[in-house]
Design a protein around this ligand. Structure first.
Ligand SMILES: *[C@@H]1O[C@H](CO)[C@@H](O)[C@H](O)[C@H]1NC(C)=O
Ligand SMILES: *[C@@H]1O[C@H](CO)[C@@H](O)[C@H](O)[C@H]1NC(C)=O
Ligand SMILES: *[C@@H]1O[C@H](CO)[C@@H](O)[C@H](O)[C@H]1NC(C)=O
Ligand SMILES: *[C@@H]1O[C@H](CO)[C@@H](O)[C@H](O)[C@H]1NC(C)=O
Ligand SMILES: *[C@@H]1O[C@H](CO)[C@@H](O)[C@H](O)[C@H]1NC(C)=O
Length: 229
């Protein structure tokens, strides 16, 4: 009995300890959060991976934000240590002075939307990899900020899969369309036959007979069915 009590006691204390740890963690996170408010933030968006086909042109997105404002914000795009493009934005709303060092890169950003995205033309398989969008705001004692965008270059083989899907979908659509057409035609034919029957004044009688027969046979079937079960 004593051992059991001890065990529950230690369980409670360990739970308390993990709760304390959680609270401490929350406090630290909160402090960090408060501390970093106003600091520059750089983001390559919610989805920072892109799969694109070789030969296509891709946008490498990046935006920054800062509550304390920017002054002579320096930014660049690098890939494996090579600078593709760099620039300095004097103050908010003023377009940056940009230097581009890559023949297939174009700066597409705008200070109006804190946008420092670049466009990469005619990608090849060598373009695959991590692109780092880097920025630092001298107002923040040159603290560095960066975000990574990953580009995956896929072969045109992947498009074959797409065409296959398209073929399957269109075949399925065709089959469904045919079934619908068939049903419509069937309904029309039945109606047409019925109308010709009506003209002969046999349709009404015969269909009435058919209905009662069906109803009777159905009722019979049910009545026959219940004793069996
Ligand atoms: C993409 O790669 C495939 C295979 O390497 C090649 O045949 C094709 O020409 C390339 N397409 C473009 C647009 O470069
Ligand atoms: C990155 O650069 C290093 C040297 O600067 C080189 O050895 C390495 O192969 C490069 N990696 C890629 C994926 O290009
Ligand atoms: C991209 O490829 C197209 C067609 O091959 C070419 O006309 C264009 O100049 C290329 N763009 C760049 C920036 O290399
Ligand atoms: C940044 O600019 C590019 C090019 O004008 C645009 O396509 C992209 O949507 C912009 N991104 C954001 C987050 O505004
Ligand atoms: C920020 O990045 C630069 C390179 O652009 C580097 O020289 C500097 O040491 C970095 N500073 C910090 C605080 O990481």
């Amino acid at each position: 009995m004593a051992a059991v009590a001890d065990r529950t006691g230690s369980d409670v204390s360990s739970r308390l300890r993990s709760g304390d740890l959680l609270h401490a963690g929350l406090a630290v996170a909160l402090l960090l959060g408060v501390w970093s408010v106003g600091a520059l933030e750089v983001s390559t968006g919610k989805v920072s991976t892109l799969e694109a086909m070789n030969g296509s042109t891709v946008l490498l997105p990046c935006t920054y934000s800062s509550c304390i404002g920017i002054k002579n914000l320096y930014f660049n795009w690098t890939k494996n240590g090579t600078t593709l493009c760099e620039g300095v934005t004097p103050i908010e709303g003023v377009e940056p002075k940009v230097s581009v060092y890559h023949e297939r890169v174009d700066f597409k950003g705008s200070s109006k939307s804190n946008n420092i995205s670049i466009l990469l033309y005619n990608i090849t398989f060598d373009d695959e990899g991590d692109y780092v969008c880097f920025a630092k705001n001298p107002k923040e004692k040159n603290r560095n900020h960066s975000a990574i965008f990953t580009l995956i270059v896929v072969d045109q083989m992947k498009e074959v899969d797409n065409t296959l899907t398209v073929i399957i979908v269109s075949v399925l659509g065709g089959v469904i369309g045919f079934v619908i057409l068939f049903m419509v035609v069937k309904a029309l034919v039945v109606r047409f036959l019925c109308k010709t029957d009506e003209k002969n004044k046999e349709c009404l009688v015969s269909s009435g007979n058919d209905n009662t027969e069906n109803g009777l046979s159905g009722a019979k079937g049910e009545k026959q069915g219940t004793p069996k079960a």
